[in-house]
Design a binder for this molecule. Structure first.
Ligand code: SF4
Length: 333
């Protein structure tokens, strides 16, 4: 916090645009010594790292980030996650998350999470909230990669925080079989329906239903269906829904935020943001190659947190040494 305050005082923080990203760092845990499940952990002689593991089981940045249990657990640092995603040998790791200001790549906040993608969004929210609380700084735009482009996260940024998402939309609607994709259907905001390439309407309800069904489905996806009668006689049926009686299109309840992100992605400002977000990756490269933090020395979530914070503070100090001209007044502490 002190290094960030100094950077703000010296004018190195613009506060207009932020970027966020995460990087995995190997934990101090031997991959050869693993247990298959938490039941096999030596609880009787529980050391600090094991106690910390149990204390973060309900934390959205650690234990409850995903219901999927890791394949192996390290008995010396069980909160470190078994990571086999890199294609090489699997290893135990933590994730360091950076929220940076895009003016001079000052690190505004750091969050430690388990090494899994779902935790990155939790970290992003915590860092944005904390930066606002501590420094009173609220960015106008946030640049990030597709990992942050889920409908829920875009909606949180747009509707709850008023931040422009310069983020590619996470979209799984692409089809491989050559049939029409969702983007071939036009959404009519006024009448809340889709119009298909054949000019027919797709609606959520074709007749009035008197039921107590909730308006929002549990998976947050609204379902729009075409009329079977129209599809039966449509010349485009083979290109649209060859194996179904009619066509169904799903729409997220957060589609408004997704549409906003898609519109931003067509602007020149987005091209600038996409280039600027590389600054976070450069900080991670510097962290691993120059500061040599490619493997942690301390164990447990608190050990990882301490090392990540110290490393980020060192990077901010280096930034000040580089950008503040010689002869400027000495920094007060
Ligand atoms: S098959 Fe049905 S939904 Fe598809 S284009 Fe034809 S009318 Fe529209």
């Amino acid at each position: 916090e002190m290094t960030v305050r100094q950077c703000i005082a010296k004018g190195l923080v613009g506060g207009e645009g932020f970027a966020v990203d995460a990087s995995t760092i190997k934990a101090d845990a031997n991959r050869q010594r693993s247990v298959p499940s938490p039941d096999k952990l030596p609880i009787e002689a529980a050391h600090r790292a094991v106690r910390e593991y149990f204390s973060v089981l309900d934390d959205a940045a650690f234990g409850s980030a995903t219901p999927v249990q890791p394949k192996y657990i390290s008995p010396v640092d069980p909160a470190a996650r078994w990571n086999a995603a890199s294609g090489g040998l699997a290893y135990y790791a933590y994730c360091t998350n950076y929220l940076i200001d895009l003016k001079s790549a000052v690190i505004m906040d750091v969050e430690t999470t388990t090494a899994i993608r779902q935790a990155e969004v939790t970290a992003q929210r915590r860092m944005i909230e904390r930066t606002q609380e501590i420094f009173g700084i609220w960015p106008e735009r946030l640049a990030a990669d597709t990992a942050y482009g889920s409908a829920e996260n875009l909606a949180w940024l747009v509707h709850e925080r008023g931040i422009e998402p310069h983020i590619p939309v996470f979209d799984k609607s692409a089809r491989q079989d050559g049939t029409f994709e969702r983007r071939d259907f036009t959404y009519d905001h006024v009448h809340d329906l889709y119009v298909c390439p054949g000019g027919q309407e797709l609606k959520q309800q074709w007749r009035k239903i008197n039921s107590d069904r909730p308006n929002t489905p549990p998976d947050n996806l609204l379902r729009y269906r075409s009329s079977k009668l129209a599809c039966d006689v449509c010349t485009l049926k083979q290109k649209c829904c060859p194996n179904q009686p009619n066509r169904k299109v799903l729409r997220s309840v957060h589609e408004g935020a997704r549409d906003m992100a898609r519109d931003i992605a067509l602007t020149d400002a987005y091209i600038v943001s996409r280039r600027e977000r590389k600054k976070v990756e450069m900080l991670f490269a510097h962290l691993k190659r120059i500061l040599k933090i490619d493997r942690l020395r301390l164990r447990g979530p608190n050990g990882a947190r301490d090392e990540f914070h110290l490393a980020a503070a060192a990077q901010n100090l280096r930034k000040m040494a580089k950008l503040i001209p010689p002869g400027a007044p000495a920094l007060s502490t």
